[in-house]
Write a protein that binds this ligand. Structure first.
Ligand code: GRF
Length: 205
């Protein structure tokens, strides 16, 4: 026990900088906020942005922030993703609109060090096929009075890891999937970077 404590304290003390990789499939507005937030951060650096879609907007976000980018298509994820993360000495993985299940060996290698953001209050409105406006449409069709965001650990199952943070917003009578998406994006942009920062500081230092 004492030895274990000593070892982890030593490891934390030795750690100068934590490298993040962001995985995304879409336009990358969350990736954009995360890159801005950690620019010049003393301990955390966005080292790599990976997309499984060659035409994803998030790749331009990488260019804007001068972050290394990489495309790994779905057929190569199992063989290449872990290697890519290791090659860039990635310590922590952030999913931000990554529409693909993460290969098991990557989940295992980054257990407790990989987070996802979901645009609803899990465990409701999660699981396979629940992404983007499909989530908001389901929330509206059910007549919910509120929705929100959930930041959670990533496990082998879609949207099932431990919940780290949630924040709710009101659903108004006139809301459409687009207006709800807009409200939810605002919450995401406001909270995701800070939650990531806290988690990293608690995990590594
Ligand atoms: C976000 O709403 C997030 O909750 C979900 O995918 C969306 C990504 O949006 N997982 P963006 O590409 O960051 O704009």
């Amino acid at each position: 026990m004492f030895l274990q404590h000593l070892t982890s304290t030593f490891a934390a003390a030795m750690k100068q900088q934590v490298n993040i990789a962001i995985l995304a499939s879409g336009k990358g507005s969350n990736a954009n906020r995360i890159c801005s937030f950690f620019k010049n951060h003393p301990k955390v650096r966005v080292k790599l942005i990976i997309s499984n879609k060659p035409d994803a907007g998030v790749l331009s976000v990488a260019d804007e922030h001068a972050v290394k980018k990489m495309v790994i298509t779905n057929d190569r994820l199992t063989s290449d993703l872990l290697l890519a993360l290791r090659a860039e000495s990635v310590d922590f993985v952030v999913l931000a609109g990554f529409l693909r299940v993460v290969p098991e060996e990557v989940v295992q290698a980054f257990r407790g060090k990989m987070v996802n953001i979901h645009p609803a209050l899990l465990p409701a409105y999660g699981g396979k096929g629940m992404y983007g406006n499909r989530v908001h449409q389901a929330v509206l069709s059910a007549g919910e009075k509120e929705s929100g965001i959930t930041i959670h650990q990533v496990t082998e199952q879609y949207d099932e890891g431990d919940i780290i943070f949630q924040k709710a917003c009101k659903v108004n009578p006139g809301d459409t999937p687009d207006t709800l998406a807009e409200k939810i994006h605002q919450l995401e942009h406001r909270h995701y970077p800070e939650v990531i920062e806290n988690l990293i500081l608690n995990t590594f230092f």
